[in-house]
Design a protein around this ligand. Structure first.
Ligand code: ATP
Ligand code: RIB
Length: 308
């Protein structure tokens, strides 16, 4: 068994990203400046971040037998991501996301998971060997929720450490949170989960303890340009606050910052690095990514992260 392998269960979609000076409001049309077509989907972005930051990764995802799906396969061949977990549907098409990005790098996204919506618990069971060959499992809420819960149950019963990125946010039962070693919501997801309005890292301290009270091992709330607040259990009143890593480069695209954070964090944990160092590594990786366009392809390589 390769002790430090990471298993991601999530989605691949093709991102259609449109850059304009402002995001359109409901009913409005704005003239854009540029557009990009590139790989996206939180799980897939996390895989690229893991591989580039030095981790070994397998990916369970369902895509279509179409041009968008081929983009995924080409990406995984290039990025050293195992194809063993991929399920290719002959009937369903690969998903896509439409993303609007303004001049400050802020975005709004509609994601259509496509073939990923057809991922089932039975399909996960067919990939049990990937759980047995891994020591960490990272998943989220873009696949059907029943699948997310099933993945966490299998991961735990096979002694894997679990990371759950609850994005986009959905209510789930408290029993599921007891299966989570590291929960990584952004500030909005943490607010939805706890009912606490999070405006700064002090609010995140309170929310972090509330998240741990649900049975989660460690709460890691990402705060965008404000950084990250980690709470290591219900007795951790202080928490560990790490400000965002500021680069001189302008922030141009924050799409996927959370995914890069999660991927780099998983890599660091898989190397048995302590939580504080893992958070610093992930924080640096994510902060570098916002200075580059794209989701998966904005992920930095290990050498670039370690340079700072
Ligand atoms: P997304 O949904 O776009 O993937 P997210 O909302 O899940 O992102 P954020 O909390 O916005 O995640 O950001 C994750 C991490 O990325 C932050 O904790 C920080 O390390 C880095 N980051 C995000 N925005 C900025 C920024 N403007 N400047 C520097 N670092 C940033
Ligand atoms: O987190 C960013 C990702 O969310 C995008 O790549 C988009 O595809 C959506 O899944």
């Amino acid at each position: 068994m390769q002790k430090n392998r990471i298993l991601v269960v999530g989605i691949f979609v093709v991102d259609l990203s449109f850059y304009s000076s402002k995001l359109p409001i409901s009913g409005e049309t704005v003239i854009g400046r540029n557009y990009n077509i590139g790989p996206g989907g939180k799980g897939s972005n996390q895989c690229v971040a893991i591989s580039r930051s030095g981790g070994e990764v397998s990916f369970i995802a369902r895509i279509g037998n179409d041009d968008f799906g081929k983009m995924g396969i080409e990406l995984y061949n290039k990025e050293r991501i195992s194809l063993e977990g991929l399920i290719i549907s002959e009937n369903d098409k690969t998903g896509s996301a439409t993303i609007a990005i303004d001049d400050n790098g802020m975005n709004s996204i509609i994601v259509v998971p496509g073939a990923s919506s057809g991922l089932t618990e039975n399909m996960i069971d067919q990939k049990l060997n990937l759980f047995k060959n891994s020591s960490i499992c990272l998943t989220g809420f873009e696949v059907p929720l029943e699948v997310t819960k099933h993945v966490l149950r299998i991961a735990k019963s096979n002694q894997l450490k679990t990371i759950l990125n609850p994005a986009p946010y959905f209510d789930i039962d408290n029993e599921t949170y007891k299966l989570v070693d590291y929960l990584t919501p952004n500030e909005h997801e943490a607010s939805s989960l706890t009912g606490i309005k999070i405006k700064n890292h002090n609010d995140a301290r309170v929310a972090g303890r509330k998240i741990c009270e649900l049975g989660v091992g460690t709460s890691i709330i990402t705060l965008g340009e404000k950084g990250v607040l980690c709470t290591r259990g219900i007795d951790d009143y202080e928490g560990l606050y790490i400000p965002a890593f500021k680069l001189n480069n302008k922030v141009i695209d924050t799409v996927g910052a959370g995914d890069i954070f999660n991927g780099a964090f998983a890599t660091a944990i898989s190397n048995n690095i302590c939580v504080e160092d893992a958070l610093n590594f992930a924080n640096k990786a994510a902060s570098i990514s916002v200075t580059k366009p794209g989701a998966a392809l904005s992920s930095p390589y290990k050498d670039e992260i370690n340079k700072y």
